[in-house]
Design a protein around this ligand. Structure first.
Ligand code: ADP
Length: 321
């Protein structure tokens, strides 16, 4: 039996927080009261969550010289960064203004995340799982997804389409290669609208949206769907049935929900890896899936009660045993 190992092909960012009294308006120049630089990028966040959940994980991506600290930071947390290249451009960057009332505005600069790294002909045979988001070049995401199924045995593929790809890109995703789609409620609604070419009414229940999405032409019906619902928990649909799980109960107030979805995704993938379902993902039973979802909602509930993104992701042993 192979030791489960996940490849995350994704983004790394310098997240720069500028604290301001009010968000800057067009034409205005204002002082920031506090500056912080933190590690970010969905690829990095989700890779850290897998590592903290106890999984073996390699991150494949790129930074500029100004991101070498990120490589060291991630390596220290337990993410293998041997496949993170240092390229001749700036590291991806998120410029985040945070106002005193909690309101924020973000500018994303893709930088090295959109650098064209050489594409492989095949994925390394050590990988059992592949996790993708949408913060790197779309052509790379497409290729890796395709390659996951030309591996022998096939690699379990998980895709979190965030930020949402364009309509055109969605039409070019090799859906047949995808085992697990992870979306939040907004992403599920947008995907459903794109596939069905219908608009979805605001209060449409999520199981209805997911069923519509599954039944729409162009979507591969055997793909398992996990839809996170913020404080309402999660809804999952597999060809064997559905599961609705409430969010885990909180010990204290919600402090910061950024990164909750990435924490959920990382713990979910680590759960799949633990169950060693790489040879036959469809054999994961509903009770096994429910156990993985339960761990994932527990981890993300801890995450929302702490400040930060990567910093707020708990380790496996912080979860209720
Ligand atoms: P995203 O950050 O991608 O939009 P969600 O907001 O759906 O993702 O959150 C992901 C998961 O985090 C949820 O499924 C839930 O388990 C947990 N979560 C988010 N917000 C809360 C909350 N207020 N209370 C408890 N758990 C939460």
């Amino acid at each position: 039996m192979m030791t489960p190992r996940c490849l995350v092909r994704g983004s790394l960012n310098n997240d720069e927080y500028l604290h301001v009294k009010n968000l800057v308006r067009a034409g205005q120049t204002i002082f920031s009261t506090k500056y912080e630089r933190r590690a970010g990028g969905k690829g990095a966040n989700q890779a850290v969550a897998i590592a903290k959940a106890g999984g073996h994980v390699d991150l494949l991506g790129a930074v500029g010289e100004d991101g070498i600290w990120l490589i060291q930071y991630l390596q220290a947390i337990g993410v293998n960064t041997d496949n993170v290249s240092v390229v001749e451009t700036h590291t991806g960057r998120a410029m985040i203004q945070v106002a005193d009332d909690g309101e924020n505005s973000i500018i994303l600069y893709p930088g090295a995340n959109f650098y064209s790294l050489p594409l492989p002909r095949a994925l390394d045979a050590r990988y059992t799982h592949l996790l993708l988001q949408n913060e790197v070049l779309f052509s790379s995401t497409q290729t890796y997804l395709r390659l996951s199924k030309s591996s022998n045995p096939p690699i379990v593929s998980i895709f979190n389409p965030s930020p949402m790809p364009s309509k055109e890109q969605i039409a070019h995703i090799p859906w047949i290669s995808l085992d697990w789609l992870i979306v939040n409620q907004g992403e599920a609604t947008t995907l459903c609208e794109i596939f069905t070419e219908e608009s979805i009414l605001e209060d449409t229940p999520i199981p209805e949206i997911i069923t519509k999405l599954c039944n729409s032409p162009g979507f591969y019906r055997s793909t398992n769907i996990i839809c996170t619902l913020g404080a309402k928990g999660v809804f999952a649909r597999t060809p064997h049935g559905t599961i609705a799980l409430p969010a885990a109960s909180l010990q204290g107030p919600v402090i910061d929900t950024t990164g909750a979805g990435d924490c959920f995704t990382g713990f979910f993938v680590a759960g799949l890896m633990e169950h060693s379902v790489s040879k036959a993902s469809t054999t994961l039973s509903l009770p096994e899936l429910e156990a993985i979802l339960r761990t994932s909602v527990e981890a993300s509930a801890i995450c929302v009660q702490r400040r930060g993104t990567i910093e707020s992701i708990p380790t496996r042993n912080e979860l209720p045993q």
